[in-house]
Design a protein around this ligand. Structure first.
Ligand code: 5GP
Length: 404
């Protein structure tokens, strides 16, 4: 990428302009590893490539799930350790989400046992201030000091929690426990979406704690480097080996597994039901294949179709559209999940069915798991927004009893 002037330099990366494109910037990772606010710092050849791969795949996963991030593209092997991002005004805080007690939390709170599961997840803010060693800061103080608005603080907590659950799911599928992770947020500086909040900076193997099989002694993240009693060439080689393993795992994070909804429609059922279902599952990015059938006129065709679809797709969800009897036959004929949709189903009923289909696929598919979490979050937000507008002063005035 044709870089312009340097905009900022961190301990392990550089942010530069992209010539002639003011809305984007280039993040270049460096072959550097550091800890303890830069007190320990080493060159680690190969780390930049692994960090670029890791952060870009993590961002791609979060983007695919529908979370807002600054990532645009890049970070692959032939991208010179560079990724393209939207330019942001950064909010100077680190947002740490913890699912398991470790690190500074257990030092600060001796009453919390290391390794304790944290439910609900704990979200903490740390002010980015090297001189003061990034102190913990209250959400209210962020607002009082005009570092973020109250709405932004709430959004950071919500988005960080969702991102944590998505990453925890991806790691769980690889039998690795995500202990905690640090995010940073920015506001899009210009152009489309100006002012909106996005996850920014990088999310790589320096940003989290990850324990294979839930075992701290097998840790794969930067804590291994922090814990080295002294830095030796062998120690650094062991660090790099862990970063390589992590980049390899994360490489497959943004992959959606093949999934298909097979709509088996009674030939007499109106087309509207299948259209509504197609739209609802389409919101999750799940493809649908439609087949017309009749239990009474062509029962053999229905069974043959079921067999054919089962062998064609590894993961298929059948939906019988029409009489309950059609769904009952599917239920007993197929080893795959089946559901019934009445031919008079409303769009809301189709959306509810699509959500439960996405949930089933999401058990072993992080992209669909993330999209499910997001759909549920948006559902909650729309109810709260409707409630807020129902209680808005002008509406209250309209609802109040007129004076006589
Ligand atoms: P703790 O507060 O326990 O030291 O860290 C919590 C989590 O945030 C850990 O996963 C840690 O790796 C991450 N973290 C904390 N501070 C930083 C930082 O300055 N840079 C990066 N990359 N990660 C951090």
């Amino acid at each position: 990428m044709e870089k312009g002037i340097e905009l900022a330099r961190g301990k392990t990366k550089i942010l530069s302009e992209l010539s002639g494109q003011p809305e984007v910037a280039v993040v270049t990772q460096l072959d550097v590893i550091s800890a303890g606010n830069g007190v320990r710092r080493d060159t680690l050849p190969g780390k930049a490539r692994l960090a670029a791969l890791t952060t870009s795949r993590v961002f791609r996963l979060l983007n695919l799930c529908g979370l807002p991030t600054h990532y645009v593209r890049g970070g692959e092997d032939d991208d010179a350790n560079e990724m393209l991002v939207r330019r942001c005004t950064m909010i100077p805080v680190e947002v740490v989400v913890r699912g398991v007690a470790a690190g500074s939390l257990v030092k600060r709170r001796p009453g919390i046992a290391p390794g304790m599961l944290l439910v609900p997840r704990l979200v903490e803010f740390f002010l980015k201030d090297d001189a003061a060693n990034d102190p913990l800061i209250d959400a209210d103080m962020l607002v009082a000091q005009h570092l973020a608005s109250a709405d932004e603080v709430n959004a950071m907590v919500e988005i960080a929690r969702l991102a944590f659950e998505i990453l925890a799911h991806a790691w769980r599928r690889r039998d690795v426990l995500l202990v905690d992770v640090k995010f940073e947020f920015g506001r899009i500086a210009s152009g489309e979406g100006k002012g909106s909040l996005v996850i920014a900076d990088v999310i790589d193997n320096d940003s989290w704690r990850i324990w294979p099989g839930g075992r701290e002694d097998l840790m794969l993240d930067k804590q291994f480097y922090r814990n080295l009693p002294s830095v030796t060439p062998e120690g650094l080689a062991a660090v790099l080996e862990r970063y390589e393993q992590v980049a390899e795992h994360v490489g497959s994070f943004p992959v959606m597994r093949g999934a298909m909804v097979a709509a088996m429609c009674d030939v007499l059922a109106p087309e509207q039901a299948v259209e509504n279902l197609a739209r609802a599952v389409g919101q999750f990015g799940i493809p649908i294949t439609r087949h017309l059938t009749s239990l009474t006129r062509v029962p053999g065709q229905l069974l043959a179709l079921v067999q054919q679809l089962e062998v064609s797709f590894g993961r298929v969800q059948f939906v019988g559209i029409g009489d309950q009897a059609l769904a009952d036959v599917l239920h007993f004929a197929s080893a795959m999940p089946t559901a019934h949709l009445s031919s008079s189903a409303t769009p809301q009923e189709c959306e509810a069915l699509a959500l439960s289909i996405a949930k089933n696929f999401g058990i072993d598919d992080t992209v669909l798991y993330g999209r499910t979490l997001l759909a549920q979050g948006n559902g909650r937000a729309s109810v709260l927004a409707a409630d807020a507008s129902a209680n808005a002063p002008e509406r209250q005035a309209r609802l109040s009893i007129p004076a006589v």
